[in-house]
Design a binder for this molecule. Structure first.
Ligand code: SAH
Length: 355
């Protein structure tokens, strides 16, 4: 049996499924899921993320978190956490860059939130000298100051899509026709969660909702508000979603999201406003949404690149220059990717971000 057969069977039994259910099946199905069965990252894989492009990304994230830790009186026990750590590269770079920060490693309890057993094994190998601990439920985060990073995590969470139809909405659903998967639309219905969006949309507009992000953010923001800490959420997206951003990547190419279930990475742009609102509701402050390029420049990525470039020449130097450009240039990741910083209302935002 393939994942397509499984999905067709499910649709035959229960009727068309939401985009969110489809994403969950494709990404996390225990036997056929995309993340559960493979390491999707890197040149050989389907997509490349910032920490896989260059060590500079994780180094600067690490310094921003460590500076926040010092600014908040360097608590002698805190949780250093990552959501969706991929290969563990970002956490490894954070830990290498903060080796010289006195007391930071001794005070840190490293906690990783990861759904994929395959990636958990790779993280265990990458981070073996640091003895990380894995959690599968966020409420298992210890009651302690929390310094957290999430890069390209929220874009993998399941979204639902709704098409505006007069004063109501029709949900985009996935059904079957002649044994293949197709998109369709559900019946017209009110959506309480979309009441606000009636103001800034018109007939025929499509909006996306990521319900799964809210409880996650509520727990993180609650920990930071009550125990101190900082959170750096990095992802592609914008303050407000408008339009269809559901996409599939396979072998670095965009493919039809219904074409090869379980074989392609499925993502959607992150809608940062609901995350910021959830943070505020939990009593936590958040920074202005800041382009990745601006954040990295403020933390001195160009000086860091120059230092790394000194002993290099030829192809290695070209690669470093290309990596710096890719992370920061507005036409590459610099503008598409954004940061939202979380911090206690009595503290300063993490360096690189503004209130
Ligand atoms: N942060 C890494 C990897 C990004 S890929 C990097 O920047 O390279 C997305 C990561 O989130 C993977 O590790 C994936 O397995 C994990 N993930 C996706 N959905 C998840 C979920 N619902 N719960 C926990 N982890 C999840």
């Amino acid at each position: 049996m393939s994942l397509t057969d499984h999905l067709l069977e499910r649709i035959a039994q229960d009727g068309p499924m939401t985009v969110a259910d489809y994403m969950t099946e494709c990404l996390l199905h225990p036997t056929y899921g995309y993340y559960t069965t493979r390491d999707p990252l890197g040149v050989q894989g389907d997509f490349v993320t910032a920490p896989e492009i260059s060590q500079m990304f994780g180094e600067l994230i690490g310094l921003s978190l460590a500076q926040s830790w010092m600014d908040q009186g360097h608590p002698d026990h805190f949780v250093l956490a990552e959501l969706g750590p991929g290969r563990g590269t970002l956490m490894a770079d954070i830990l290498r860059a903060t080796r010289g920060v006195r007391g930071f490693h001794d005070a840190a309890e490293i906690v990783l939130f990861e759904a994929s057993p395959t990636l958990r094994d790779i993280q265990a190998e990458t981070l073996k000298e640091f003895a990380p601990r894995w959690i599968t439920t966020l409420t298992d985060l210890p009651d302690a100051p929390l310094f957290l990073v999430a890069n390209e995590f929220f874009d993998a969470l399941p979204i639902r899509q709704f098409l505006r139809d007069g004063p109501a909405w029709r949900e985009r659903l996935i059904g079957a026709e002649d044994e293949s998967l197709t998109f369709g639309l559900g019946a017209q219905a009110d959506q309480v969660a979309l009441t606000d969006r009636l103001q800034d949309t018109k007939d025929g507009d499509l909006v996306e909702l990521c319900a799964a992000a809210i409880p996650i953010l509520t727990v993180i923001a609650g920990r930071i508000a009550s125990h101190g800490g900082a959170g750096l959420i990095v992802d592609y997206g914008d303050w407000h979603s408008l339009g269809d951003t559901f996409q599939a990547l396979r072998g670095h190419e965009r493919v039809d999201p219904l074409d090869s279930p379980g074989q392609a990475d499925l993502t959607a742009h992150v809608d940062f406003e609901p995350l910021a609102l959830a943070a505020r509701a939990a009593g936590c402050a958040h920074s202005r949404l800041t382009p990745q390029g601006v954040f990295l420049e403020r933390l001195g990525i160009t000086a860091r690149a120059q230092a790394l470039a000194k002993p290099l020449g030829g192809a290695k130097l070209d690669m470093l220059v290309a990596a710096h450009r890719r992370l920061t240039h507005p036409e590459e990741m610099g503008n598409l990717f954004k940061l939202l910083g979380l911090y206690p209302s009595y503290a300063a935002p993490p360096p690189g971000l503004e209130p």
